[in-house]
Design a protein. Structure first.
Length: 561
């Protein structure tokens, strides 16, 4: 096999886009590796969205130096990072980019150094690194790449060593993290990283990547990701270098114009010279293309050399941008009249459900971000700016948002403190009890953090798979109750009421005074009243507050103070 001594800008772009595509195809598989059998496992989704942002930034970068492209990818990953897994992935690429920042192309040694830098930066980003996670996988992959680079100049061999080691490290995660072994899964973040490294190796080794799952809808979704940040009314149409958004679908080796055997590298390289924002996806029969260019006809002529055109599309982006600019101006005029009033200290909370959001706003939150999907670093940075405050407190209300909040804090233009509320009930108590708009930022953070300990948090939902956790047998469809994040109740046949009552028995004690019951989008007020009566039957002296939260996935959120 021919030795490959370098990674060029073309290969790097293909590697990043292949990784984003592979994560997208495997997102649900990764989601199902969630330790808890709850319906909000989202590691795969978060890593996919984070990597898609990195790929978008890489595609938009016009400099062809590898160091610059790597930095653009890392920046995109950081701003798009969602959930702790997405943030750690962004830190891996940040370390990679730092290690190769001055490189025009990458050698085998450079690639290994990049992975070593990624491992080091990722470990530093986590306050208490835990083995048996994505950190273990990147460390072992980087170590193997480092050893391989001492013996060969072939980047394919180094990439293979990293990928092989990542698979081995992933298989070891249950032995390093007991909860994984108990549940019978490997680490979900580690699985995502293995998929990334596999995509890198596949591109470098010239393997056929499986794109069978990328149909027209899949291509359109990726194109939409390209355009989301592009047509926002901020760019002068005259400044657009490549004005025609051009798409085509080619039936390979078909039709009267077919004259060349399809070769991905050759096909891609020609189109790369015609414009930017290039996507090329193919299987054995069809190749699908998206590119921004000044010469759509040249794109179609190129496709005709390899087969027949099944579908073509051209949009004039300068016209689109002009229309978007007019719409954006109108929107800005409207927003100018509704700008948030200036405040000394703002509170930004993350919560799912309109009713829950209203509770936070009535308690004093300035902005409530939708928590149905973990907000990205960029979402949090934008919220901090919109808050129109001199200081900001963030209430994540989910431990999976902690790291994105920390990244937002680092790049925000005003001082930010994070009160590490893990649950909705905790966040509400911290805001109601601990926040004083006139207090210093550090005092607010300290008082709100102290208030977290005063509330017990519970939640009831339905299990999405069979498992054993903490000695508790859980079956798919069981109603399960979580007490401060630990599953303590499992009732068969999705008996939500019985599970909620059993959970309350575990949460209440002689010192309990106040119970807050928040019912979800699929739960009725009548069902909430029934549970309220059952709780009073346990202790008639309790004070109970009932709210319509409208939250998805969790029929009941419960707290005891």
């Amino acid at each position: 096999m021919e030795v490959v001594n370098e990674i060029t800008n073309v290969e790097f772009g293909k590697m990043i886009n292949a990784a984003a595509n592979a994560l997208k195809e495997n997102a649900e598989k990764i989601n199902k590796l969630n330790v808890f059998p709850v319906p909000d496992g989202d590691t795969g989704t978060n890593m996919t969205l984070s990597m898609a942002s990195g790929a978008e930034y890489e595609r938009d970068e016009t400099d062809t130096k590898l160091g610059v492209l790597a930095n653009a990818t890392a920046k995109g990953l950081l701003m798009g990072a969602r959930g702790n897994s997405g943030v750690i992935l962004s830190q891996i690429f940040r370390g990679f980019a730092s290690a190769v920042k001055d490189k025009e192309i990458l050698t085998a040694r450079d690639y290994a150094d990049g992975l070593m830098g990624g491992a080091e930066t990722a470990y530093k980003a986590v306050m208490k690194p835990t083995e048996g996670t994505i950190l273990t996988v990147i460390r072992e992959a980087a170590s193997a790449a480092n050893q391989a680079a001492k013996q060969t100049d072939d980047v394919v061999e180094v990439a293979k060593a990293a990928y092989d080691a990542s698979e081995k490290a992933l298989a070891s995660t249950p032995d390093l993290l007991p909860v994984l072994k108990e549940v019978g899964v490997v680490d979900s973040g580690g699985q995502g990283l293995v998929i990334v490294l596999e995509a890198f190796y596949a591109v470098l080794s010239g393997q056929e990547l499986s794109h069978d799952a990328i149909d027209n809808a899949g291509l359109e979704a990726m194109v939409q990701q390209l355009h989301n940040a592009g047509v926002q009314g901020e760019l002068n149409p005259a400044d657009i270098e490549f004005g025609y958004c051009t798409e085509m679908m080619v039936d390979i080796a078909q039709g009267t114009t077919y004259e060349e055997t399809f070769d991905y590298d050759k096909f891609y390289a020609y189109l790369a010279d015609l414009g930017d924002s290039l996507l090329v996806i193919n299987d054995d029969e069809v190749v699908k293309v998206h590119v921004h260019t000044e010469h759509p006809g040249n794109v179609f002529e190129w496709g005709l050399k390899f087969g027949s055109l099944r579908k073509t599309k051209v949009d004039n982006m300068r016209n689109q941008q002009a229309e978007a600019a007019a719409a954006a101006l109108q929107t800005k005029d409207t927003e100018a009249t509704t700008e948030l009033p200036a405040v000394e200290t703002a509170v930004i909370a993350i919560a799912a459900g309109q009713g829950v959001a209203d509770l936070f706003k009535s308690a004093g939150a300035t902005i409530v971000l939708d928590g149905s999907a973990a907000p990205s670093t960029a979402d949090l940075v934008d919220a901090i700016a919109r808050a129109n405050a001199q200081k900001v407190v963030i209430l994540p209300n989910d431990s999976n948002i902690f790291m994105a909040a920390e990244q937002a804090k680092k790049v925000a233009e005003v001082p930010v403190e994070i009160v590490k509320s893990r649950f909705i009930n905790q966040g509400l108590t911290a805001l109601i009890v601990g926040f004083n708009p006139a207090a210093e930022l550090e005092d607010n953070a300290a008082n709100m953090t102290e208030a977290l300990a005063d509330v017990k948090s519970g939640a009831v939902t339905t299990s999405v798979r069979d498992t054993t956790l903490g000695g508790l047998q859980i079956h798919e469809g069981d109603a399960i109750g979580l007490f401060d994040g630990t599953i303590v109740v499992a009732e068969p046949k999705a008996d939500i009421q019985t599970a909620a009552i059993s959970l309350m028995h575990k949460m209440l004690d002689a010192d309990s005074e106040l119970v807050t019951l928040i019912y979800g989008a699929e739960t009725t007020a009548k069902e909430a009243a029934k549970l309220e009566a059952a709780i009073l039957a346990i202790d008639e002296d309790l004070e109970i507050e009932v709210h319509d939260g409208g939250q998805p996935l969790y029929p009941f959120l419960l707290s005891v103070e």
